[in-house]
Design a protein around this ligand. Sequence first.
Ligand SMILES: [Zn+2]
Length: 104
Amino acid sequence: MNSIEKEKRTIERFIYYYCKCQHGSEKGELCHACKSLLAYCIERLDSCPFGDEKLSCRQCQVHCYDSQYREKIREVMRYCGPRSIWFMPMGYIKHWHREFKKSI
Ligand SMILES: [Zn+2]
C-alpha cells in the first residue's frame, strides 16, 4: 500500500469515527456533510502532485485544501487524534501523533 492509500484509509477512519461521535451517525454511515468532506479529501489525495513521494498533507508545501475544508478536516483531526489510540493499530498511532503535533 502506498502512502496515498494509507492516508486515505486514515482519513476515512477518522471521518467515520468523528461522524459517529459528533453527528450520531450509524456505524459505517456518514451524514451528508461528512460524506462530502471525505469525498473532497479523497479527490485531493488522488490529484496530489507528489503521488507516492508525498510525506503527508500536513507537511506538504502545496496546501491544496480549500480553506473551508481545511478547517473541517483539522477539526476532525483534533477530535480523533488523541482518541485514535482506541481504534488504530500501534504503528499508525506513532506515525500519526508525530504528524498531529506538527500540525497544531
Ligand atoms: Zn457527520
